[in-house]
Structures are given as structure tokens and as C-alpha cells.
Design a protein around this ligand. Structure first.
Ligand code: CP
Length: 332
């Protein structure tokens, strides 16, 4: 039994075989591969794409999906072993994960960081607690990384560009009124590096570097394939010659729990918006974003609605890659 918590645990060739299967599933969506199987989708945070694509994907493969929202339709949950449960939580993950494992063939979890203390958030305790106590495979539906989004992004790039080795991938920080999760940024960096792209991280200053765990993995992947990982705060340098521009906003890690101090820095970089002027510096680059996306804050209407925008294709591909992933985990 293997979990899908982060692509760091999976080889490039194994991920590629999921992408290849996703292509087959895209061509032939209805297959009874998971007939009589059941998956649990546990959401501690909101979702449009993840929730609907997993639910619909399960249906298209003959499986049933049950959606749980702890603290709303199901009991609030505790994760610390040995805790005295005299607060809000009615149920411990140790029971929840084992009970759901008796009902289901797979458990998928979305649990965002709390944004108060990165040294705590980076331990990713909720998904690891499920993985520890479940007796069926566990899928990460976004915690501090978003590995399903990674698969969708790479499938989309391969559909448009073929094998992406040696192409310039720019992950650009963009402004957002709130400090957001670094998960998609961590993931975009890792998957582009793992698949042999030359990766550039564009961000306002050194405080917006991503966690060294992910920077280190990206460095390892790129250098082992003779590729580069570059961090820059220079917009022109980053966009110049790019083949892919991937936009995401995130809060600066050193400011976790002190967001009022980070806000003026973030507010001073609204000009990082992806616009036609910046895209003109690229090698006719494709643009993408994981969605949801604030128009004319992160990217202009002109770019997101333009012919090189892949946002809808990437969102569609969530469905196909997750079906391939569920198949791989449940019936390897
Ligand atoms: N990209 C993504 O995960 O979308 P949702 O938050 O709507 O699931």
C-alpha cells in the first residue's frame, strides 16, 4: 500500500505512467475500473475543483464518493496523540481514519496550514496522522503541497509542449489581498524541476523564497539533470525567454503569525501582476494558474482570456490525473 502525500516520494517514471494513463482516461472517460469501490473525501477547507473532480472521477470509474467536512457535517477532529479532549473536538483521527478504512478503499484529505507558525505547519500533521492510522491509501488534496495539481499541470504542459525538458518555467509570485498558502508554489517548483525544466522563481524579495525543503528538492532535481534553478526579484530577467509562466500568490514564511507586518510589503508589489507587457518578454509563453484566481489582481483579463492561457485545460486535467491516481492506488 502506498500513499500519495507528496510527489517527492514518487519517481519521475512512476508519475509519468500516471500521466500516460490519464491521457487514456481522457480519451475513454467511463471505465468500470473501480466498480464497487468507495472513496472518502475529507475537506477541512473549501473547494470547487478538487471536490467536484474527485467526486465525478470516482463516479466515472464506477466508484462511490462520500464527502465529509469535519466541524460542519461531521464531528470536529483531534490529531494529537495523548491529548485530553476537553475542547471542541469530539473525535480523534485515530478512530476516524481506522473507521473510514473499514468503509472505504481510499481516503483523500484537504487540510490547509493554520498560517500562525510555519515551523508547526511545515510538519503537515493532519495528512500524516491520516496516513499513519489509515489502513487504505491516503491522497493529499492540498495541505502544504498540492500534488494532484502538479499532475494536472504537467499533463497540460506535455499536451501543449511535448516533453518539457530544457524549457524555461517561471513561477511568479503575484499580489493577493490575503497571505495565501505556499502549497501550489511548492508543488509547481517541484514538478517543473522533476520533469527537467529550467526553473526560475520570481518573487518580491528573499522573504518570499519558498521553504528550503522544496527549494532543496527543486535544486536536487534540476542539478541532477543538468538544468538550473534560479531565484530572482527582477521581472524582466525572469520573463525573458520563458516558455511557461505560472502565477501564484503566497504569504512570506518569516511573517507567519505577523501578517499585519507583511501586508505593506505585499501591497508594494501589486505590479507583479501578469500582464501582456510582461508576457511579451517571453518566448510566446503559455500562462497558467491553479484557480481560483482573482482577475486583474493576479493576472489581467487579457492574459487569462488569451490564446496562451491554460487555466481551463489544467483544471479539466485534474479530473483525468486523479482518476489515473485513484486507479493506481486502489488497483495497482
Ligand atoms: N485548484 C484547486 O485545488 O481548486 P479548488 O480549491 O477549487 O479545489
Amino acid at each position: 500500500m502506498q500513499h500519495f502525500l507528496t510527489t517527492a516520494d514518487w519517481s519521475r517514471s512512476r508519475l509519468q505512467s500516471i500521466l500516460d494513463d490519464a491521457r487514456d482516461l481522457k480519451a475513454e472517460p467511463y471505465q468500470a475500473r473501480l466498480r464497487n469501490k468507495t472513496i472518502a473525501l475529507i475537506f477541512f477547507n473549501p473547494s470547487l475543483r478538487t471536490r467536484s473532480s474527485f467526486d465525478i472521477g470516482a463516479h466515472q470509474l464506477g466508484a462511490h464518493a462520500v464527502v465529509l467536512e469535519p466541524g460542519k457535517g461531521s464531528w470536529p477532529m483531534e490529531f494529537e496523540l495523548g491529548s485530553v479532549m476537553d475542547q471542541n473536538a469530539e473525535e480523534h483521527v485515530r478512530e476516524a481514519a481506522r473507521v473510514l478504512s473499514r468503509y472505504c478503499d481510499l481516503i483523500a484529505v484537504r487540510a490547509f496550514p493554520k498560517f500562525q507558525d510555519w515551523s508547526v505547519d511545515r510538519q503537515d500533521k493532519i495528512i500524516h496522522a491520516f496516513a499513519e492510522h489509515a489502513t487504505v491509501p491516503v491522497i493529499n488534496m492540498e495541505t502544504i503541497t498540492h500534488p494532484c495539481q502538479e499532475l494536472a499541470l504537467m499533463l497540460t504542459l506535455q499536451e501543449r509542449l511535448g516533453m518539457v525538458d530544457g524549457m524555461k518555467f517561471v513561477l511568479t509570485w503575484t499580489y493577493h489581498p490575503k497571505p495565501l498558502n505556499t502549497a501550489v508554489a511548492n508543488s509547481a517548483l517541484m514538478i517543473a524541476a522533476k520533469f527537467g525544466m529550467d526553473v526560475t522563481l520570481l518573487c518580491p524579495n528573499e522573504d518570499y523564497r519558498l521553504d528550503e525543503r522544496y527549494m532543496g528538492l527543486a535544486q536536487e532535481y534540476t542539478s541532477s539533470q543538468g538544468r538550473s534553478l534560479t531565484v530572482t526579484h527582477n521581472i524582466e530577467e525572469a520573463y525573458s525567454g520563458a516558455h511557461v509562466v505560472y502565477a501564484k500568490s503566497w504569504g512570506a514564511l518569516p511573517y507567519f503569525g505577523r501578517w499585519d507586518e507583511e501586508k505593506p510589503v505585499r501591497d508594494a508589489h501589486k505590479h507583479f501582476i501578469v500582464d501582456a507587457e510582461k508576457m511579451a518578454l517571453t518566448d510566446n509563453a503559455f500562462f497558467s494558474h491553479c484557480l481560483p484566481c482573482r482577475r486583474n489582481v493576479k493576472v489581467t483579463d487579457e492574459v487569462i482570456d488569451g490564446p496562451n492561457s491554460l487555466v481551463i485545460e489544467e483544471a479539466e486535467n485534474r479530473l483525468h490525473v486523479q482518476k489515473a491516481l485513484m486507479s493506481e492506488l486502489i488497483t495497482p
